[in-house]
Each structure stands twice: as C-alpha cells, then as structure tokens.
Design a protein around this ligand. Structure first.
Ligand SMILES: *Cc1c(COP(=O)(O)O)cnc(C)c1O
Length: 371
C-alpha cells in the first residue's frame, strides 16, 4: 500500500433524499454517484421487483450458456437506440466491460494511447493485454499527438482511451480534438462515460454533449451510477458486439446480471428519455455551486476542491462532517501526490438551499483551494 495509509469501508446507510447515516450521524451527502436519485425511483424499484418475481433472483449462468434472460436483449436494444449506436453489449459491471473491451480490441503489436488520469479499471484492463500502453498528460492533446506521430506506425491497431468525465477532477475529455487525432492516425476512440451517461447531452452522455456530437467507436458506461442500478455496457458497431461475444473473457466467464438489476437499468433509461430536464439537473446544481464559490464553471456533476496534503483534506472532511455534510477526502494513490482533495458530487436530489448551506460551511472553514 502506498503512502496515505490503510483504509476500510465505513458502514453507510442511505436515508431520505441525499441524507446518509454514518457512524451514528445523519449527514447531507455529496458523495453519491446515484446522480438522478434513480436507485430510489418508484418506477425503477417496481421494475426490479417485478423482474425478480418473473425471472427469479439470479441469472443462473453466464450469458453465453443460459444466463441470457430476455430482459438483457431489451436493455441492449433500448441502450443502443438511446445512444444512437448500432448495437450494445451488457456486462456484469463497468469494470468487467472495460476488461472485455481492451481484451477484445487490442493484442500484441497493438498500441493503446491513454490519458494519464483514466479510471483504474481501464489501466487494469490494458495491463491484461499484450498491447503497448503509452500515456499522455491529462487532456494534453499535443502530447497525445506527439506520441502518435512517433509511435503509431510501429503498431498494427491503435486505440485511444479516455474518460468522458474524469471522476476525480470533474472535467471532460477534449473529444472533438481526440476524434480528429483518431482520423489522422487511423485509430479507434474509446470513451469511458461512467460519469457522463445519464447527465450530459440530455442523458445520452459526454460525446453527445458536444456540437456536433462525437461518435467514438466504443462507448462504455456503467448502470451503477446515474442509472441507480448495477452493470456495465459497451456500445458500438454490430461487428464489435460479435467480437465481444467471442473474445471478452469477462463476459464469457462471469455470470449474467440478476434480472432485477437489468430491469432497473431498463426502467432508468425510460426515465432518462422521458425527463431530459432531470438529467440536466446535476450539472446545473454543480454550476450553481461553482458560481457561489467563485470557481471555474463546473463541466460535470463532479467538483473537486483541491487542498494539497492528505492530512489537510482529511481534517477538512472531518470538520464538514461535524457541520453535517459528507464530502469525502480523496487522497493518493487515488489522485497524484500533493493533490489531495475534497470531492463534491451533485445530484438531482440536492436543492439550492442545501448548496447554499454547504458553501457557507466551506467559507467558514476558510478553505484554501489550490486551483
Ligand atoms: C465507476 C467507474 C467504472 C466502473 O464501473 P462499475 O460499474 O462501478 O464497475 C469505470 N470507469 C469509471 C470512470 C468509473 O467511474
């Protein structure tokens, strides 16, 4: 374990709205990825209950054997339509989807060019392949191009991998520039949109939030965040889906999702489609917060408050808990040394009054943000 010490999960119970119960204390949480509150939505809950009653509690086998229950095909179709992609493939989780994608797309003699701050699951996924992994400084398009200019021609296929929204920084990938690089250097673009799906681009995701919309070859996302459920997906061409069914070991050698989770995700997409203003709400509230704090305008539902040292971040998180707010201290190795931070995530269940109260508490702590 790196510097920063051992950590252990703290029992946390969801209460009403954005409140949680932690170590006996009721706190207003800014730490949930349930961005639209859909884990508590009556239609989503009802759909999952009905699926359990109809199909049982578990899938019973891998999707390639007998675990491919009818709801999975419905979810894949609904998702592909919502994303405007040809087809989609549902995995047990986002982590498993990333493993499956990289394993299928690249092998020996292939190149992966990735942002320095991509999610840990993508790094793990790249490590399980025999492809060469090169990283560029966060959102540094010139450095990405330098790597491609120097190395692209030595490899067969090339995959550029980025997060749509960076989970610890809250900023977006520069997808239009990256998409141009992909054309110029004959590469595929893969976007992990765990934190953009359901929120940006009327819920469709980060790529769809640009004008014109960007169309990556591989769109990845999680149902465990804004969809309030559980599972992961990859969307792209029908040919890619066929390849996944045959090469993605994390799909082939792992049990299909429980029907309840699939039905909940399907219902969640229904809510997203019907209520684009609900999808837009977390970003609006994040921007309300950055406005009140005098910070650069939020680009997603996530706003980091960078404080520097781990001890300082932990102390500030503790002081906020004493005032009734939960903002986790994120520290190395999750983020680079010297950039420990408090991380605020805004959801459609928050309101402006609660954010005003948080801003007041932060100002009382005289938070010095090294922005
Ligand atoms: C959460 C997350 C994942 C993993 O998704 P799960 O469904 O939780 O396994 C992958 N990438 C990013 C950027 C994430 O934030």
């Amino acid at each position: 374990m790196a510097k920063g010490g051992w950590r252990a999960p703290v029992v946390t119970q969801a209460l009403e709205g954005c409140y949680i119960l932690r170590e006996g204390k009721r706190l207003l949480s800014f730490a949930s990825n349930d961005y639209l509150g859909l884990s508590q939505h009556p239609e989503v809950i009802r759909a999952s209950q009905l699926a359990t009653e109809t199909y049982g509690a578990g899938a019973g086998a891998s999707r390639l054997v007998s675990g491919n229950h009818p709801l999975i095909a419905q979810l894949e179709e609904a998702l592909a339509r919502f994303k405007g992609m040809e087809a989609a493939c549902v995995f047990g989780s986002g982590y498993l989807a990333n493993l499956g994608a990289l394993r299928t797309l690249v092998e020996r003699d292939d190149l992966v060019v990735a942002d320095k701050l991509i999610h840990a699951s993508l790094v793990d996924a790249a490590m399980t392949t025999r492809a060469t992994l090169l990283r560029f400084r966060h959102n540094d398009i010139s450095m990405a191009e330098e790597l491609l200019a120097k190395h692209r021609s030595s490899y067969r296929n090339c995959l550029i991998v980025v997060d749509g929204v960076y989970s610890m920084d809250g900023d977006r990938a520069r997808l239009p520039d990256l998409s141009s690089l992909c054309k110029k250097y004959e590469s595929w673009l893969m976007v992990d949109d765990a934190h953009g799906f359901g929120i940006l681009g009327n819920g469709r995701g980060t790529a769809e939030s640009f004008e014109p919309a960007i169309r990556p070859e591989i769109a990845m996302g999680s149902f465990s965040k804004a969809a309030g459920s559980y599972g992961g997906y990859l969307a792209g061409s029908a040919t890619l889906m066929q390849a996944l069914h045959n090469h993605a070991r994390s799909l082939i050698f792992s049990t299909g999702l429980p029907p309840a989770a699939v039905a909940a995700s399907l219902a969640a997409i229904g809510v997203m489609q019907a209520q684009p203003q609900l999808c837009g709400r977390p970003l609006k509230l994040a921007q309300y917060f950055t406005g009140a704090m005098g910070m650069p305008r939020a680009q997603s539902a996530i706003v980091p408050l960078i404080v520097g040292e781990s001890a300082q971040a932990l102390m500030l998180s503790q002081r906020l808990q004493e005032k009734g707010f939960f903002l986790p201290a994120i520290r190395p190795p999750a983020v680079p040394q010297g950039t420990a931070r408090l991380r605020a995530a805004f959801t459609a269940l928050h309101d402006e009054t609660q954010i005003d109260a948080l801003v007041k508490a932060l100002k009382q702590l005289d938070l010095q943000c090294a922005d």
